[in-house]
Ligand binder design. Structure first.
Ligand SMILES: Cc1cc2nc3c(=O)[nH]c(=O)nc-3n(C[C@H](O)[C@H](O)[C@H](O)COP(=O)(O)OP(=O)(O)OC[C@H]3O[C@@H](n4cnc5c(N)ncnc54)[C@H](O)[C@@H]3O)c2cc1C
Length: 408
């Protein structure tokens, strides 16, 4: 097996594959120990094994959402990974089972009857019974249909010290959609929210985020909005320790599921469309996908095509495809909301029964449960939000039809 890419999802699938007994090599454009730059957050109850708790750098139990005049306590623990610990944890799990990483940029793949050959920019070739492309949102080797209207999450964040706490001490703010500090004109622009947390030791992370928009909201707009928000609450930045610039696709089309190569992570369009989260899900799903691949490769006469088919069938089985269509509809609905509507939407969302909103965000509901949750929300939201959802259903009826039929 050859895994291409050493981001969180590449390391997770390489470790899981090696634990099935398969011989695994990795190929990464940069050393697999090179520090990851992104700040990765996760709900603690999403971690598939207790050992992963040790890879968290921060945890909060005081987690809130601010919408309109309401502050909603979520009573669900949230954490930020310590990237170095997560990386080391996954690398060591693989190393124990003999995973060897090579550094090189994959530029092409050729498929033969019994194996595939990955070529690197510097002229090397790596042969494997199956290749798993985990090279991120713009995959190096996987093919997917061209898409013109991809929604992007964009965020501009600062880790730093401030003249006063930008959030309550010890608190994590998942979303602060309040927009009173904006002019009426700005309030008609696509809404953005503050994602913020107390990191301890006098440091805070504050990030102005656009959940999703086509095209992505410019980072300069988010930077300006972040400073406007801080100014309005009388908080000045004293010293920036790190700046995060974030832009990634939320609804990339799925790769073709009939190609003789497997994908995982951003490459396989695993981002949760209405939230943008993926790392928790990738950690959770890696063993199941690895098992399916191992089983397919153990069959007599297995080929790259037969193994990849089994992998895609596990990753994107009809129930997962149906739920993806429902989530894409959820994303399309959110993108139609203005600032006031999205605040009413989330006030209703986080007032759903806990099992429903947590399951919605973590993609752990069955298809029927997910559809019921969305219907319950539809019934509960105020008229203005309901009209937005009806307009979205009118415009996106193809998504809902595909959800019913379980098509891509
Ligand atoms: C700033 C930011 C913050 C985010 N925060 C969160 C969060 O809080 N929680 C969450 O769940 N998700 C978050 N996401 C979304 C998503 O989880 C990340 O984008 C995640 O990094 C994707 O993981 P990945 O392993 O699929 O790809 P990547 O992390 O992009 O890793 C790809 C790997 O492939 C290698 N590679 C690329 N091309 C080649 C090639 N041609 N040959 C060989 N190797 C190659 C790269 O060097 C890299 O090692 C965030 C995204 C961004 C950008």
């Amino acid at each position: 097996m050859l895994v291409v890419g050493a981001g969180p999802t590449g390391l997770a699938i390489a470790a899981a594959l090696s634990e099935t007994g398969l011989r695994v090599a990795g190929l990464s454009a940069v050393a697999p120990t090179k520090p990851w730059q992104n700040t990765y957050g996760v709900w603690l109850d999403e971690l598939p094994t207790p050992e992963l708790r040790a890879t968290l750098g921060y945890c909060w139990s005081d987690v809130v959402v601010h919408v309109g005049r309401r502050t909603i306590p979520l009573r669900r623990e949230y954490g930020l990974f310590n990237n170095q610990r997560l990386q080391q944890f996954l690398l060591e799990r693989g190393e124990r089972r003999g995973v060897v990483w090579h550094t090189g940029v994959a530029v092409a793949v050729e498929h033969r009857a019994t194996h595939s050959l990955v070529m690197t920019r510097d002229g090397r070739a790596f042969a494997a019974r199956l290749v798993v492309d985990a090279s991120g949102h713009s995959p190096a080797l996987l093919r997917r249909p061209a898409a013109s209207h991809v929604a992007r999450q964009a965020a501009y964040g600062i880790v730093g010290e401030f003249s006063a706490p930008p959030v309550q001490p010890g608190q994590m703010v998942l979303m602060d959609y309040r927009s009173d500090h904006l002019t009426p004109e700005e309030q008609r622009e696509p809404p953005t929210f503050l994602y913020a947390m107390d990191l301890g030791g006098g440091q805070f992370f504050v990030e102005e985020t656009s959940l999703a928009h086509v095209p992505g909201i410019p980072l300069s707009t988010l930077e300006r909005r972040l400073h406007r928000r801080l100014d309005a609450s009388g908080v000045a930045l004293r010293q920036a320790v790190h700046v995060e610039r974030c832009l990634f696709p939320m609804n990339n089309p799925l790769p073709y599921l009939d190609q003789p190569i497997m994908g995982f992570g951003g490459a396989a369009s695993m981002v949760h469309p209405p939230s943008g989260y993926m790392v928790g899900k990738a950690l959770r799903r890696a063993p199941e996908v690895a098992q399916a691949l191992a089983q397919a490769l153990s069959a007599p006469g297995a080929t790259p095509l037969s193994a990849a088919r089994a992998g895609w069938q596990a990753l994107w089985s009809p129930p997962w495809l149906r739920r993806r269509q429902l989530y894409l509809f959820g994303l399309a609905s959110l993108m139609r909301c203005d600032s006031a509507t999205i605040q009413e939407f989330f006030a209703a969302f986080f007032s759903l029964p806990r099992r429903e909103w947590t399951g919605y965000l973590s993609d752990t509901l069955s298809t029927a449960e997910l559809a019921r949750t969305m219907l319950r929300l539809f019934v509960r939201v105020p008229g203005r939000v309901r009209r937005t959802l009806i307009a979205a259903a009118g415009a996106e009826h193809a998504l809902l039809r595909r959800a019913a039929l379980g098509r891509v």
